[in-house]
Ligand binder design. Sequence first.
Ligand SMILES: [Fe+2]
Ligand SMILES: [Fe+2]
Length: 196
Amino acid sequence: MGTIDQEYLQASIEQFLSEANCLKTYAHCIAVGDYAYKLAEQFMADPHKAQIAGYLHDISAVYPDDQRVEIANKMGIALYKEEIVLPMIIHQRMSKEIAISQFNINDSEILSAIECHTTLKGNYSILDLVVFIADKIKWDQDGEPPYITGLMAALDHSLESAAYYYIDYLLHHGIQVTHPWLNEAYVKLKQQLEPA
Ligand SMILES: [Fe+2]
Ligand SMILES: [Fe+2]
């Protein structure tokens, strides 16, 4: 992949998000990108991809939930019925489109990690797992995530264990809508962790 200037990218993201009064999201994106980089150093040849994906993962915060179905349609995203019921989950796929159109990202691995950072997906990559987990550890809400102790313990075993722990937690704590990609990831992780 071509080199992407991290400082320039950060500054561009900051400008994009501050114009929409989303500076809290900017802080979250940088925290996730920097954590994803550290995590990726343990598992991947090119940790910069994890950092870039993290920096951009929530860039679609500029669009509120009540505009997401309409804007996703305009972007050409074919929506699942679960996404129409809960438009919040469309934001991962919208962030990918904005990363392409506004930030000239064309690396398919980075785009994949952005696109599935909320739900993961069945045929996940190591990079997808890294960004997914970094987003759960450096979450966008106040205080510590309720699942953090178990997630960190699972992460001591593997990325897959951590992702499985988190999805299992969600499924047992009143998840509103189960996105098909989340379900596919759960099934695949289970197979990987408990071979028949
Ligand atoms: Fe997100
Ligand atoms: Fe996030």
